[in-house]
Design a protein around this ligand. Sequence first.
Ligand code: TYD
Ligand code: MG
Length: 458
Amino acid sequence: MASGKKKTVFVCSNCGYESQKWVGNCPGCHEWNTLVEETLKSDIKSEAPSAVLSRKIREGGRAKPLSFKSIEGSTEIRISSGMEELDRVLGGGIVRGSMVLVGGDPGIGKSTLLLQVCRNISRKHEVLYVSGEESLSQIKLRAMRIGEFSDSLKVLSETDLDDITEIIRESEPDLVVIDSIQTMFNEDVGAAPGSVSQIRETTAVLLRIAKDLGITIFIIGHVTKEGSVAGPRILEHMVDTVLYFEGDTKGAYRILRGVKNRFGSTDEIGVFEMDEGGLKEVKNPSEYMLSGRPENAGGSVVSCCMEGTRPLLIEIQALVCETAFGFPRRQARGTDINKVNLLMAVLEKRLEMKLASLDAYVNIAGGIKVNEPALDLGIILAIASSYKNAPLGQNVAAFGEVGLSGEVRSVTQTMQRVNEAARLGFDKIFIPYASLKDIKAPEGVKVIGVKNVGDLLK
Ligand code: TYD
Ligand code: MG
């Protein structure tokens, strides 16, 4: 580029991909129309987080390779967030000195969740809550809905990163919450708040502080569809842990899901319910997911999926009806439409059900998204039950993977799933035949092994 001209680059606001030219379809994440032009300032060194860390270790001089044995593995110090659901998703509590990104749609409850965490932790530790979105009185209003707060929780309404870092370095709190990263402004970066370079640089500065001082920092990031504000995905590789808060903003339940975790597994979910007093933990999600289930209705089947270490009962609903158009509609909410199409093809071919000219809608009640093969049997039964207009019975549950010849194949953790179903009063449970030998039926529960969907439906 000619000198004297401002150097600009096009950056994807979804994944952070950089390109010299504008392109409509991002080569990095294949999203459309996400590239935005940003001015580069040559004096900013964007340092990879790993470089920050290793510089700390090398203390000035050049990094030296060390023998693996001589490295001391420090055991991580964890503190409880006071919310079991969150602790589990984090892998057993908040790790000291770690950086956690909490993403989600606006209005889903990120600020509420972290304000509650701040309240719990401030009972024993120093906490700083930095909000660039709300004024102090707005935060106070929200806090009053949630409950009592202790004195060791300090609140700051600020967006200037220099001021924020100065305050953090002076007061050295144990936990800092940044709400939200899209509102923070670093003067050294020319770009506007919310732009890709601004978000990236701000996070890099905060990351350095977290690792230098051993402070835990929670960053809130809004997920946005438009390109004007960059989404939290571009930060995923920098932070230690990424959690996404999902659910229907109009519904009451919220699901917190781990997407990346350097200190634990990412299989776990936390379930919360939003009411007028803030977020409440849902300790018994199966019961919650099944509440409001229709009695003895055709097309409704209860199945069991695993969310991390926890079995979760869900209701699968299917509606099969005559199409009003020439081309039948197929729709799936909460699960994969291709899976539904495949299972319908199995029913069509192996059981001679005439589904080709029918509309089909499959829905996982409760708004949760699951894509486990263990749901196959439940989905097939729901579709068949709706097709034949024959309810399966109120206390029946079913799970198992279905293959292309209609065979029912075994899935993992059969006993846990059976126990969960039995615990909630299901006394007739269909499982893969091959898994029968691995389990012991709970008292009063009839566990039936299924070899093939054909046997079951006949
Ligand atoms: P909020 O935490 O502000 O969402 P985010 O920070 O993710 O944008 O939550 C906003 C919604 O939560 C808002 O629509 C009102 C609702 N809410 C309650 O229902 N009860 C409560 O006690 C609080 C504090 C919020
Ligand atoms: Mg908020």
